[in-house]
Design a protein around this ligand. Structure first.
Ligand code: ATP
Ligand code: MG
Length: 210
């Protein structure tokens, strides 16, 4: 695959955006693999604020998602977590994420990492025309989704990563059903979910017996 060459004096920073509700090993393997192949100095995980694609769906509080992301990435010296999206008012648009990170790190080349499901939607994103100048895009394989470069996209590289048939949706459903999420998410995240009772089925508000 075509890895853009390293530019002297510039660091290479991966950007992994996501809802991370919860973060799981699919996210972590993708980030680690892209970091190795693209010779990245750092990967910044960026939990979304209010995700516009998921408007109307119930998403856990941003601070829970942020803290789970911190817990999951803490042991990797090259992984970090940014609050830019959760601290910005309003729905999260990737164009704003890239602009903020670019302003914070003017000496870095950004590599925005997405799974195959997101890669296919990317051209429909608000500000898509400007995005190509702010970052390189790396689309990674994801089980159940076809990985292709959308027509009209620029600076996109596709890459195969170890197949992890894990989604946050499935993790949430498992917790709600009382099934284990051990080994799907990092141990600390399993414990965090239990500690705060995340993803439990909604309490019955009718007051009747369940
Ligand atoms: P949800 O089911 O709630 O949508 P998700 O598992 O898709 O959660 P997101 O936070 O939506 O996780 O995804 C963040 C990014 O990580 C997206 O670019 C997505 O395509 C990618 N991604 C998520 N899971 C995987 C996986 N198992 N393999 C590769 N990429 C993944
Ligand atoms: Mg998703």
């Amino acid at each position: 695959i075509d890895v853009p060459p390293r530019v002297v004096g510039r660091t290479r920073v991966g950007v992994m955006g996501g809802t991370f509700d919860p973060i799981h090993h699919g996210h972590l393997v993708a980030a680690s693999e892209v970091a190795a192949v693209f010779d990245l100095d750092e990967v910044v995980f960026v939990p979304t604020g209010q995700p516009w694609q998921k408007a109307g769906k119930k998403v856990s509080h941003a601070e829970h998602r942020y803290l789970m992301t911190v817990i999951a990435t803490a042991s990797n010296p090259r992984f970090s977590v940014s609050r830019v999206d959760i601290d910005r008012e309003g729905p999260t648009y990737t164009i704003d994420t890239l602009k903020d990170l670019h302003a914070q790190r003017p000496d870095s080349d950004l590599f925005f990492i997405t799974g195959a499901d997101v890669m296919s939607e990317i051209l429909g994103w608000h500000g898509a025309e400007q995005m190509w100048d702010l970052a390189n895009f790396v689309g990674v394989t994801r089980p159940g989704h076809e990985l292709t470069v959308p027509d009209g996209a620029r600076g996109v590289t596709l890459m195969e990563v170890p197949a992890m048939a894990i989604s946050s949706t499935d993790c949430r459903e498992r917790v709600a059903d009382g099934k284990p999420v051990w080994y799907l998410v990092p141990d600390g995240v399993v414990q965090y979910i239990a500690k705060y009772g995340l993803y439990q089925p909604a309490p019955d508000k009718t007051g009747g017996p369940t």
